[in-house]
Ligand binder design. Structure first.
Ligand code: FAS
Ligand code: PHB
Length: 400
């Protein structure tokens, strides 16, 4: 079997890349480890930057997003009994974010791929990448007990943090940067009216909380929890009770509660693999980098990687320019590190680190530093503009 671009992973990175390449007539095949239903069952991101919204429109998969998604012009930070609204549009000259769940983005991309007739192998096992340093790389995997070989010209490793692609880069070639946070996020999805019409990021002495949403009738909430917590410890009632303790009083008082339709605990880490390319294999999205979700950057950084790789491969196939492939890693990493820093910064400012020493600073001193940081950046318009610029997303970089 042969294709031009083999894509490993059918999450948002793999599906969006496949859709964009297909629209340029570039043949691609996706190899995914689990079923499509399983991919859709993962509840993850909820906020799309303008750049990702534009890319989904370019990919021709935005009709439902434009109909059902909510354009948000601001987000709130609540701390020390005050609420500061970050007026995204006013502070950035009109940029906004779109609230539309990753699950829906993935569903729209899956439907578009079905329509395009491009091949996707779900439930493929023992996926291996071979000869990625040559001009004739190939992927091997098993499907329904059969061994399959997929010859290609390029491989896009869109297989997430636990995938096989990053492992293809030899240890003496790659550098992995990592910061694991001493807490996790307990997330709950419910078919209840959102507690507020915009997102509220809350810092309290009980820990962080986030009130988000998926639509006017579906809410998404998060609580900072110790890494030792297990989901079985958290009944719905316990979740709602704790959330009400962390939300602003008036918001908590009027909040609608109801049964969870999903509840899970995710660890928080900052992670970057450098380089993001090895021969004719390119790491995309979570396969290359992870951010704590405090900055709503995870999915959005994946989208900007996709945009860069799509532009490069289009130039290779349409203009015969192969030199540009060497720009991939450098262009992606410049934007990735800005997203990493913002997510790390927001996590440090908004969470309670308890008695954990941070960067050699005792927890109490660190907490004072972060309190000052949060007050400084929210007390003046220039500080709020710094937050707004990053939250709506920095511009995508063009390929030279
Ligand atoms: P994904 O991990 O989504 O997709 C990778 C795909 O590759 C998966 O379908 C996997 O099955 C497949 N795969 C893995 N190994 C393979 C192999 N060997 N062979 C073939 N296929 C393989 N981001 C936010 O912005 N906001 C959030 O609130 C947020 N919450 C998150 C919660 C959790 C629990 C996690 C894990 C992430 C969260 N993220 C959030 C980040 C998330 O949205 C990612 O950025 C996004 O899923 C990245 O998409 P992909 O790069 O496609 O990786
Ligand atoms: C979400 O709605 O899942 C969400 C929104 C913003 C974040 C993280 C998660 O920063």
């Amino acid at each position: 079997m042969k294709t031009q671009v083999a894509i490993i992973g059918a999450g948002p990175s793999g599906l969006l890349l496949g859709q964009l390449l297909s629209k340029q007539g570039i043949d691609n095949i996706i190899v995914e480890r689990v079923s499509g239903e399983y991919v859709l069952g993962r509840i993850r991101a909820g906020v799309l930057e303008q750049g990702m919204v534009d890319l989904l429109r370019e990919a021709g998969v935005s009709e439902r997003m434009d109909r059902e998604g909510e354009v948000h012009t601001g987000v709130e930070l609540a701390f020390n009994d005050k609420r500061v609204r970050i007026a995204l549009d006013e502070l950035t000259g009109g940029d906004t974010v779109m609230v539309y769940g990753q699950t829906e983005v993935t569903r729209d991309l899956m439907e578009a791929r079905q329509t395009s007739g491009q091949t996707t192998f779900y439930e493929a096992s023992n996926v291996q990448l071979n000869d990625v340093k040559t001009d004739a790389p190939y992927v091997t995997f098993e499907k329904n007990g059969e061994s399959v070989r997929l010859d290609c010209e390029f491989i896009a490793g869109c297989d997430g943090f636990h995938g096989v692609s990053r492992k293809t880069i030899p240890d003496d070639v790659k550098t992995e940067h990592e910061r694991v946070y001493p807490f996790g996020w307990l997330g709950l999805l419910s078919d209840t009216k959102p507690a507020h019409d915009e997102l509220i990021y809350c810092k309290t002495d009980r820990g962080f909380a986030l009130a988000s949403m998926r639509s006017a009738t579906r809410s998404r909430y998060y609580l900072q929890v110790p890494l030792t917590d297990k989901i079985e410890q958290w009944s719905d009632d316990a979740f709602w009770t704790e959330l009400k303790r962390r939300l602003p009083t008036d918001v908590a008082a009027s909040m609608e509660t109801g049964p969870s339709i999903e509840k899970s605990i995710a660890p928080l880490r900052s992670f970057v693999c450098e380089p993001m390319q090895y021969g004719n294999m390119f790491l995309v999205g979570d396969a290359a980098h992870i951010v704590p979700p405090t900055g709503a950057k995870g999915l959005n950084l994946a989208a900007s990687d996709v945009a860069t790789l799509y532009k490069i491969l289009t130039r290779v196939y349409q203009d015969g320019d192969r030199d540009c492939i060497n720009q991939y890693s450098e262009v992606c990493l410049r934007r990735v590190w800005h997203g990493e820093r913002f997510s790390w910064w927001m996590t440090n400012m908004m969470h309670d680190f308890g008695n954990v020493e941070v960067n050699g600073t005792d927890s109490q001193t660190f907490s004072r530093f972060m309190e000052s940081e949060l007050n400084f950046y929210t007390d003046n318009e220039e500080g709020r503009r710094v937050i707004a610029m990053q939250y709506v997303g920095l511009p995508y970089e063009e390929i030279k």
